[in-house]
Design a protein. Structure first.
Length: 97
């Protein structure tokens, strides 16, 4: 990500970044995929198990769990990583002025 994009994103704040990029874009899809893969493995790769109400409950539960925990952790670490790179670039740019 270039500095201009990061400046625009960081101006909206860390909480918004973690919610959007961590929880929504990373955690929720991860939870859905984990639920689908587990269902396939548990049911010997039978696609009949996808047409049940149990699957919907599993998707919601696992999706929310991964969204909050994995997404929150990923978003926080990602934010901190981009911030560190941004500060290093800003510091090195000031040295050459």
């Amino acid at each position: 990500m270039n500095s201009q994009n990061w400046e625009r994103i960081r101006s909206k704040g860390k909480l918004r970044y973690v919610l959007k990029y961590g929880m929504l874009y990373f955690g929720l899809p991860l939870g859905i995929m984990a639920s689908l893969v587990q269902r396939l493995i548990r049911n010997s790769f039978s696609f009949d198990s996808f047409l049940t109400m149990e699957l919907i409950g599993d998707l919601i539960g696992r999706g929310l769990f991964y969204m909050v925990f994995a997404g929150g952790i990923y978003g926080t670490f990602s934010w901190n990583s981009y911030e560190k790179k941004f500060r290093e670039r800003a510091y090195s740019a000031r040295e050459y002025e």
